[in-house]
Write a protein that binds this ligand. Structure first.
Ligand code: ADP
Ligand code: MG
Length: 551
C-alpha cells in the first residue's frame, strides 16, 4: 500500500504510521526531498502550502535521529504557533511507532511546563524563533546535540521579523548537522542565509504547474472602497458556499470584519493575535470540523494552518504581492475539488490587478455583483426549500398544536398559512441589503483615483470610511443620528447592543452604522423607528447621555 514510500527508503515503523494516515503515494516534494535527506544531504526546498513539506522533512528526520536519549536531536523552526503545534502533531503522528517525543515551544505557554517537559527528555523540538531564543538565553534548553535542523516556511519567518533570531539560533547549533530549509519564495535575505549556512544544499522545487490554480474559478468585482462589506455580504448570500476563507490585509481588519459579519447574522470568526492560544485552536478546530463556515484571516496567520479545503476564498483586501494571491487561492480547489476565488477590487487597485494577471498568466474575469432582485429571489428560494424540507421531515409538532388552536378559533386554513409564512419570513426579508454604487472600469483609472478622496481612503482601523449623510439609505430603512461618536469611544458593537436592547429590535435588523468624530449614524427598518426613538429617549451610550434623532 505504501510501497511507493518504501521505495524512497523509509523504514517499517514509519510506513505503518503512513498507512494509518492513508498516505498512499508521496507528493512531488516528498519524492524529491526524502532520498536526499536520507542520504544525509542538506536540502533547500521550494514549494507552496499544501504540498506535503512536513512529511518531506519529517520522515527522514525521524529515521535519522536517535530517539529516546536524554538529548534534543532535531529542531524545527516555524513562523507561528499554529504551525509549531501543527507540525509538532504531524511529526508525532509520523513517529508514533518510533515512540518519538515531540515538544512544541512557542510564546504564551508557561516556561515551567516547557522546562519540565525538556527535563523529562525530548527528541524533537518544534519552535517559534522568539521563544526558543528566550529559552536558550536563559539556559533552559540545551541544543548542543542537535544534528537535524529544519527551517520551515523561511520566507514567513522573514516577514514576521524573526530572521535575526533564526540566525542567532543557528549560530548556537553544532556545525556538523544536517539542515533543510523550506520556503515558498526566495527573497534575498533567505538566499543570504542559504549562502551563509547551507551553501552546499541540494535544491528541490515543485513547479508552479503542479499547483491547482487551474481548477479554481477566479473572478473579481469592482467595488467602491467603502462598499466592500456590502459587496461581500451580497456574495455570501448568493454563492453556493460550504466554507469560506476571507483574507484581509491586517489583523485588526480581520477582527473587525468578523465582527461585522456576525452582526449580520453570519457564523464567522477571525483568528488574530488577540485571541489566546486555546481560543485560536478552538476556532481552527471548529472551522476544520465544518462547525464554523467562515474564517477571516491575514496571510501570515493563515499560512501553513492546516485547512482541509474551502469552497470559497475571498480576497476582501487585495493581497500585498502576487505570490500571496497564489497562496490564498490555493486554499480552495484542493485535491481535485473545484473551488471559487473571489477578489474585491477597488478602483485604485485596478492596475495592481493587471500586474497580478500578468504574474499568474491568466486573466481574471470581472463579474457583476448580485442585484437586489437576485438576492430577494435567492432568499425566496431558500425559504421555500426550508419550508418543503420541514413538511417532508415531519418535524412540526410545535406548529401542529398552534394550528389546531387557531383553527378552533375559527380562522381559515389559507389565511393562517399566509400569515404564518409572513411572520416566519419577517426577519430574513428585512435583513438589510445595502446600496452599492456601481463603478465602471473606464472610471477606474488608477492614476486619477490615487489622489486621496475622502470616500476612498480607509481609516487606520481598516474600516471603510465614508462621508456622513451623502450615502443613500438602504431601501426600507431610516437613518438616525446619535450625538456621540469617536469622541466618546463609540464602537459599532456598542451601537448595536444599545439600539437592540433599548430600541427592542434584533441586532441583525440594524443596518449600516457609521461612526463619525462627534456623532454616529445608524439605520433601522422603517417600522421600528418609533420604537427605537422612544426606547432610546434619555438613554446613555458608553456611559454618556445621548440624544437620538432622525438624521
Ligand atoms: P505544507 O507544509 O507543504 O503546507 P503539509 O505537510 O502541512 O503541507 O501537508 C498538507 C496536507 O496534506 C496535510 O493534511 C497532510 O496530512 C497531507 N499530506 C501530506 N503528504 C501526503 C501524502 N503523501 N498523501 C496524502 N496526504 C498527504
Ligand atoms: Mg508546512
Amino acid at each position: 500500500m505504501t510501497q511507493a514510500f518504501a521505495q524512497l527508503g523509509l523504514h517499517d515503523a514509519l510506513l505503518r504510521a503512513l498507512a494509518e494516515l492513508h498516505y498512499q503515494t508521496p507528493s512531488p516534494i516528498q519524492t524529491q526531498a526524502i532520498p536526499h535527506l536520507l542520504a544525509g544531504k542538506n536540502v533547500l526546498g521550494q514549494a507552496q502550502t499544501g504540498t506535503g513539506k512536513t512529511a518531506a522533512f519529517g520522515l527522514p528526520m525521524l529515521q535519522t535521529i536517535p530517539i529516546g536519549t536524554p538529548h534534543v536531536h532535531a529542531l524545527v523552526l516555524t513562523p507561528t504557533r499554529e504551525l509549531a503545534t501543527q507540525v509538532g502533531n504531524a511529526l508525532f503522528q509520523y513517529g508514533k511507532y518510533l515512540g518519538v517525543r515531540v515538544l512544541p515551544i512557542y510564546g504564551g505557554q508557561s516556561y515551567e511546563r516547557q522546562f519540565r517537559r525538556l527535563e523529562k527528555g525530548v527528541d524533537v523540538v518544534v519552535a517559534t524563533p522568539g521563544r526558543l531564543l528566550d529559552l536558550l538565553q536563559q539556559k533552559m534548553i540545551d541544543l548542543s546535540h542537535v544534528r537535524y535542523l529544519v527551517l520551515d516556511e523561511a520566507d514567513e519567518m522573514l516577514k514576521m521579523g524573526f530572521i535575526d533570531d533564526v540566525k542567532a539560533i543557528i549560530g548556537q547549533l553544532p556545525s556538523d548537522r544536517q539542515t533543510a530549509l523550506f520556503s515558498a519564495t526566495m527573497p534575498n535575505e533567505i538566499r543570504a542565509i542559504i549562502a551563509q549556512f547551507i551553501p552546499d544544499a541540494v535544491h528541490v522545487a515543485v513547479q508552479q504547474e503542479t499547483m491547482t490554480v487551474q481548477q479554481i474559478e477566479q473572478r473579481y468585482y469592482l467595488v467602491p472602497a467603502d462598499a466592500k462589506v456590502a459587496a461581500l455580504t451580497r456574495l455570501l448570500e448568493t454563492e453556493d458556499m460550504q466554507s469560506a476563507l476571507i483574507f484581509t490585509r491586517t489583523r485588526a481588519a480581520s477582527a473587525e470584519l468578523a465582527d461585522t459579519l456576525i452582526k449580520r447574522g453570519y457564523m464567522a470568526s477571525s483568528i488574530s493575535g488577540d485571541l489566546s492560544q486555546d481560543a485560536r485552536e478552538a476556532v481552527l478546530r471548529r472551522f476544520r470540523n465544518g462547525d464554523l463556515p467562515i474564517l477571516v484571516a491575514t496571510d501570515v496567520v493563515a499560512r501553513g494552518v492546516d485547512i482541509p479545503q474551502v469552497s470559497h476564498v475571498f480576497n476582501f483586501d487585495m493581497p500585498q504581492n502576487d505570490e500571496d494571491y497564489v497562496h490564498r487561492i490555493g486554499r480552495t480547489g484542493r485535491a481535485g475539488r473545484s473551488g471559487t476565488a473571489i477578489t474585491l477590487v477597488t478602483p485604485r487597485e485596478v492596475r495592481q490587478l493587471q500586474f497580478l494577471e500578468r504574474f499568474i498568466k491568466q486573466s481574471i474575469p470581472m463579474a457583476q455583483l448580485p442585484r437586489l432582485e437576485d438576492i430577494r429571489a435567492r432568499r425566496e428560494a431558500l425559504f421555500l426549500k426550508k419550508l418543503e424540507e420541514m413538511i417532508i421531515s415531519g418535524e412540526k409538532d410545535l406548529g401542529k398544536q398552534a394550528l389546531e388552536a387557531i383553527l378552533n378559533a375559527g380562522y381559515n386554513l389559507e389565511d393562517v398559512a399566509t400569515a404564518a409564512l409572513q411572520l416566519a419570513r419577517a426577519d430574513e426579508l428585512e435583513a438589510p441589503i445595502e446600496h452599492i454604487k456601481t463603478v465602471h472600469l473606464a472610471e477606474a483609472r488608477p492614476d486619477r483615483d490615487r489622489r486621496k478622496s475622502p470616500a476612498a481612503t480607509s481609516r487606520r482601523d481598516g474600516r471603510p470610511s465614508s462621508g456622513g449623510r451623502e450615502r443613500p439609505v438602504e431601501e426600507g430603512m431610516v437613518r438616525l443620528k446619535i450625538d456621540l461618536g469617536r469622541n466618546g469611544n463609540v464602537r459599532p458593537a456598542d451601537v448595536v447592543s444599545t439600539v437592540a436592547v433599548l430600541g427592542g429590535i434584533q441586532g441583525k435588523r440594524i443596518g449600516a452604522i457609521r461612526i463619525q468624530d462627534t456623532h454616529t449614524y445608524f439605520e433601522v427598518p422603517e417600522d421600528a423607528v418609533k420604537r427605537v426613538l422612544t426606547g432610546m429617549k434619555n438613554s446613555k451610550l458608553c456611559g454618556k447621555p445621548i440624544t437620538v434623532v432622525r438624521a
